[in-house]
Design a protein around this ligand. Sequence first.
Ligand SMILES: Cc1cc2nc3c(=O)[nH]c(=O)nc-3n(C[C@H](O)[C@H](O)[C@H](O)COP(=O)(O)O)c2cc1C
Length: 181
Amino acid sequence: MELFEALKRRHACRHFDPKPVPRELLDKLVYAGQRAPTGGNTPYRKMVVVTDPKVLEMAKLVSPGYFGDTSTAIVIYTDLEVAERGLGRLGRDVISLYDAGAAAENIVLAAYALGLGACFIKSYSDTALRRILKLPEACRTELIVSVGYPAEDEPPPLRQRKGAKTVWLNEYGRRWKQGER
Ligand SMILES: Cc1cc2nc3c(=O)[nH]c(=O)nc-3n(C[C@H](O)[C@H](O)[C@H](O)COP(=O)(O)O)c2cc1C
């Protein structure tokens, strides 16, 4: 699927068919996440691919914003020591968040390009998730990306809310009109 087709189809998928995602596709999602940029080329962004149903179940228990019965979740986290050593406080507290978002979006777009559905999830307990995944102390989980086959009866995606498409040309107040040269 072309990138623009994946962009068009992408939405927050919250209704899944629980059948497992083949390993080859998971490899592609991991690749997509790793292809996202990192501030200062500093290697602090890491991922955990969760496919074990017991671990997934526990992760869902501490994630009120996790909807749907997915077979996979990809957790993106930051090694805070590497981030601080490489880029200081700004790297640890700010830049690493952008990096995590970039990786998550790469994964989500790749999922749609592969015929899967996916959703960003931030509504969860970082402390509990770190324990469940046995992550070292100096780590912060940034996002969960739930991944799976969309359910056949998935409801249509929500429309973007008013104001979500605001773009200005050159200065505030001059509207960018799509398609106009
Ligand atoms: C940083 C971030 C965190 C999000 N966390 C959650 C979440 O915890 N649970 C959820 O169901 N959706 C979550 N979403 C998905 C948004 O609710 C969704 O993207 C938004 O409603 C727009 O809908 P769309 O993605 O279908 O266009 C999150 C999105 C972002 C960007």
